[in-house]
Design a protein around this ligand. Structure first.
Ligand SMILES: NC(=O)c1ccc[n+]([C@@H]2O[C@H](COP(=O)([O-])OP(=O)(O)OC[C@H]3O[C@@H](n4cnc5c(N)ncnc54)[C@H](O)[C@@H]3O)[C@@H](O)[C@H]2O)c1
Length: 253
């Protein structure tokens, strides 16, 4: 396992699911964590879990749809740990499961603000800081398999996640000479609150979702966390601008 000793890692939406699993995994590898979420209670629980395991972490509330809150989050990372080595733009929402013509303007605008605006605003604040550091930094943006394939009943979600990959590739190219690597991760259905909500609303969905994954199961947040860490590993220095699919073989066929 790579060591992240003395590395400062910021994760949005770290109060649950993939974000929490990633925060715990980085902390186990020696990183100092900035845990942010819109939900203070769950964000602080992640910090507690890290501390109970002997790690170091601090919490700040950040609504990722608000660019000012990203600036404040990066400033908090500097104040708390003195630098920012890694940012994982993970926070997101699932949105409403409905056909394109039944999605409202509000559904669309909220999805674009939370799942796409978040990555744009986040990277602006994070890259401005990383440019000040000779060591640069590494960013992982959490897209989705819906960012590389269409997602019937999820047009706004799929559009936002495709956009995340466009932002990732562009930022990677713009800062490739500045020692900043930017990659995206594209999970298929992964056990988390987001997917549980969907299955609770439409129980017959679970079997249908499972069937489209060749491995016959959903991903685990801890498995996605490992891929995110690999993308950020200091020794993985040649990888930038990629969108890595974590999908139990789904897109291989
Ligand atoms: N679970 C999956 O199947 C799956 C698949 C592909 C991609 N993803 C993506 O993974 C990321 C994490 O999702 P998850 O499955 O862990 O879901 P989750 O619901 O367990 O966690 C999402 C976290 O984001 C936070 N959040 C929501 N809106 C926010 C906002 N405006 N500002 C800050 N934080 C906010 C929530 O409070 C929560 O802690 C999302 O971007 C999601 O789109 C998930």
């Amino acid at each position: 396992m790579s060591s992240f000793n003395q590395q400062v890692v910021l994760i949005t939406g770290a109060g649950s699911g993939i974000g929490r699993a990633t925060a715990l995994a980085f902390a186990k590898a020696g990183a100092q964590l900035i845990v942010s979420d819109i939900n203070e209670t769950s964000g602080r629980q992640t910090v507690e879990q890290i501390k109970e395991a002997g790690g170091d972490a601090a919490y700040i509330t950040c609504n990722v749809a608000d660019s000012e809150q990203h600036k404040a989050t990066v400033a908090f990372a500097l104040q708390t740990f003195g630098r920012l080595d890694v940012a994982v733009n993970n926070a997101g929402i699932g949105g409403r499961f409905a056909r394109l013509i039944d999605q409202s303007m509000q559904d669309w605008e909220q999805m674009i603000a939370v799942n796409l605006g978040s990555v744009f605003y986040g990277m602006q604040a994070q890259i401005r800081q990383m440019l000040q550091q000779p060591e640069g930094g590494r960013i992982v943006n959490v897209s989705s398999i819906a960012g590389v394939k269409g997602m019937p009943m999820g047009a706004p979600y799929s559009a936002a996640k495709h956009g995340v990959i466009g932002l990732t590739k562009t930022a990677a190219l713009e800062y490739v000479k500045k020692n900043i690597r930017v990659n995206a991760i594209c999970p298929v259905y992964t056990h988390s609150a987001m997917v549980q909500e969907l299955m609770d609303a439409t129980p017959e969905m679970e079997e249908r979702m499972r069937r489209v994954i060749p491995m016959g199961r959903f991903g685990q947040p801890e498995e996605i966390a490992q891929a995110i860490m690999w993308l950020c590993a200091p020794e993985n220095a040649f990888c930038t601008g990629q969108a890595i699919q974590m999908d139990g073989g789904m897109t291989a066929g």
